[in-house]
Design a protein around this ligand. Structure first.
Ligand code: UT7
Length: 331
């Protein structure tokens, strides 16, 4: 493929310092380390302290991505999040301002767990169309703030975190150039993962309650596997790659069993499937950049590696893309 493309020029991540392991959860919920590890693969997750917000995480990850990009200019900030600091205004302008980028274009994008791939596609589109020169794409969520602390079916699964990349304009033949995207949604199944209250539907009636996230786990599991595998196949086909050419699959870190199943569906062996869900849980919009950065730090993603990235989340939403891993240091 030739021509103009959006190229990843830097990547940074940040996790709130407080770690909650399965033993701690087992003391306050009717659950066990054994259940959580065997059903999800998760051993621990990071959660925010009281008073810490999504913007705080996004600023930390954004600053690190800018440092990793080493002087690459940014005129747009796209923040993928389902947990903005406020219903109004969006959080991206505050994040941009705190990063010393006051004046740039800044907006939030809510694609839940597929949000980062959607935001990458939006950022890449702006760069390739010539609307933006450099885009800071951040995925940040404090999903722990949406959870019912007494709900054992959701609390063990989610963690808080942030990851960010800087996109610049370059050539499709360069390392780090984003390939074609596949994006999709199915709103008919929105009720499978939802926070019922807090939006206009509930506010217009004034009905109370329903401020916590709820999820119907089993069908979501099936949808996650089917949608990610199907979407990844479309992105692969558009890139003109075959499955054996894929060095690493970076899929949304929702559950180790889901990762295994997506790999199986695609015929990608487990040693080529990136996995950090054990240490961070499901970090929603931060999941993909956190998994990429951790894999790069561990030497599992090397410059030139062919990466297939796919994600799935509430909405339902899903998305995939491809890239050859750039030669850069995650910060
Ligand atoms: O980012 C995208 C969003 N989310 C996902 O991708 C999550 C997709 N779903 C899943 O990962 C899995 O469905 C879960 C991990 C959420 C649940 O695993 P499961 O194997 O589907 O379990 P289940 O919901 O069918 O529950 C099995 C049993 C139930 O008990 P009964 O009805 O069999 O007596 C649950 O009440 O396990 C029980 N259970 C628990 N037990 C101990 C549910 N949560 C827990 C828990 N500890 N934390």
């Amino acid at each position: 493929m030739t021509g103009t493309a959006a190229v990843i020029a830097g990547i940074g991540t940040w996790l709130p310092p407080r770690v909650v392991d399965n033993a701690e959860l087992s003391r306050r919920l009717d659950t066990s380390d054994e259940w959580i590890r065997s059903r999800t693969g998760i051993r621990q997750r990071h959660v925010v302290e009281p008073g810490m917000s999504t913007a705080d995480l996004a600023v930390e990850a954004g600053a690190r991505a800018l440092k990793s990009a080493d002087g690459c200019g940014v005129d747009t900030v796209v923040l993928a999040t389902t947990t903005p600091d406020h219903p109004c205004p969006s959080t991206a302008p505050e994040v941009a301002n705190r990063l010393g980028l006051a004046g740039v274009a800044a907006f939030d994008l809510n694609g839940v767990c597929a949000g980062f791939i959607y935001a990458l596609a939006a950022g890449a589109g702006l760069v390739v169309a010539g609307v933006a020169e450099g885009v800071l794409v951040i995925g940040a969520d404090t999903f722990s703030t949406l959870l019912d602390p007494t709900d054992r079916s959701t609390v063990p699964i989610f963690g808080d975190g942030a990851g960010a990349v800087v996109l610049r304009r370059g050539l499709a033949t360069e390392l780090g150039a984003l390939g074609p995207f596949d994006l999709g949604s199915h709103g008919g199944l929105a009720g499978l993962l939802m926070v019922p209250a807090g939006g206009s539907r509930q506010r217009s009636t004034g009905e109370p309650a329903g401020y916590y996230f709820r999820m119907v786990g089993k069908p979501v599991f099936r949808q996650a596997v089917e949608r990610m595998a199907a979407s990844a196949r479309v992105a692969l086909g558009r890139a003109g790659w075959t499955v054996p050419e894929v060095d690493r699959l970076v899929a949304h870190q929702a559950n180790a069993r889901i990762l295994r199943a997506v790999g199986d569906e695609l015929d990608i062996p487990p040693d080529r499937v990136v996995r950090n869900v054990d240490l961070v849980g499901n970090t929603v919009a931060a999941s993909i950049p956190l998994a990429m950065a951790d894999a790069a730090r561990d030497g599992l993603l090397r410059p030139g590696d062919r990466v297939l990235a796919c994600s799935f989340g509430g909405g339902l939403t899903w998305g995939s893309t491809t890239l050859r891993w750039p030669d850069l240091e995650p910060v």
